[in-house]
Write a protein that binds this ligand. Structure first.
Ligand code: AMP
Length: 278
């Protein structure tokens, strides 16, 4: 495994690998088996896998959230080495951003303003800014993103189309712990008790999946919100039944359309998101 800290060195190396298909997995580190599942998907499709580890400051609208974001580069490198990742790029901020550089302004036809966009203003401008920089640097054939961040996945597909890059954006299923909680770098901020309690999120998503075809969507949503708010630990930002292509909330079902239920909550102040594709 080769680790690069400088974009010129990474670009120079990748130029020498031009005839190989490149798979790319961008991350913010504090890696877990969810990230590793993306690396494994890349290895199945591509002959060389590049993983980046960079906590992107422009996607955090809350400075405390950025400061609290977990880091463990030594363990990350160990996990990537064990997974036989080929290349790791771990830049510092000034390798990717000029001094005082802000996120670019993107227009994603409203995809960026709903769900997470409502609660994290400017978040997707930050995400798109860093992903565009990284894609232009790595020039992968394939890039792998988790379905756990479904809105991000839909927006990245739209970004790649709009900038005209010939990259296949592949969505990968969510890896969960034994109780169904989606793995997330933020889970280590939860107490043991809250970690167990958080499995209620996936249980309610499964309940929605089981019933949405034969119950009124509004009634089902309300009863799930009621189930979730039984405990004072949990604060719901949203629970929405959406059409995946537009991310817009729906109340009726059309057989040809793909839907998901998406949720964001805070448990003892730790923000968790999840979804289920229906
Ligand atoms: P992050 O480091 O949180 O920015 O995530 C990097 C990539 O890993 C993103 O494409 C995420 O959607 C993906 N990812 C995060 N958690 C999971 C998970 N539990 N299962 C699958 N992919 C995930």
């Amino acid at each position: 495994m080769i680790v690069f800290k400088k974009k010129e060195e990474l670009a120079h190396y990748l130029l020498s690998q031009k005839n190989r298909s490149i798979g790319f997995v961008p991350t913010m580190g504090s890696l877990h088996q969810g990230h590793i599942s993306l690396i494994l998907q890349s290895q199945k499709k591509c002959s060389i896998t590049v993983c980046s580890i960079f906590i992107n400051p422009t996607q955090f609208n809350n400075i405390d959230d950025l400061k609290k974001y977990p880091k463990n580069i030594a363990l990350d490198l160990k996990l990537l080495e064990n997974a036989r990742c080929d290349i790791v790029y771990t830049p510092s901020s000034d390798d990717l951003y000029n001094k005082n550089e802000q996120a670019q302004n993107y227009e994603f036809n409203g995809l960026e303003n709903c769900l997470e966009g409502k609660y994290r203003p400017g978040h997707f401008n930050g995400v798109a800014t860093i992903v565009e920089k990284l894609l232009r640097l790595v020039k992968p054939n394939y890039a792998f993103f988790g379905e756990k961040d479904l809105q991000q996945l839909v927006i990245i597909k739209s970004l790649v189309k709009s900038i005209g890059m010939n990259i296949v954006i592949t969505g990968c299923p969510t890896t969960r712990d034994e109780n169904g909680l989606a793995l997330s770098s933020r889970n280590i901020l939860l107490s043991k008790e809250d970690l167990l309690y958080s499995s209620i999120i996936y249980k309610q998503l499964l309940l929605f999946k089981k019933n949405y075809l034969n119950t009124s969507i509004i009634e089902l949503k309300n009863s799930i919100i009621k189930n979730l708010t039984k405990s004072k630990k949990i604060k719901i930002d949203y629970f929405e039944f959406i059409e995946i292509a537009t991310l817009q909330p729906k109340l009726a079902i059309n057989k040809e359309t793909k839907y998901a239920a998406c949720i964001a909550v805070k448990i003892s102040g730790v923000r968790l998101i999840d979804n289920i594709i229906l």
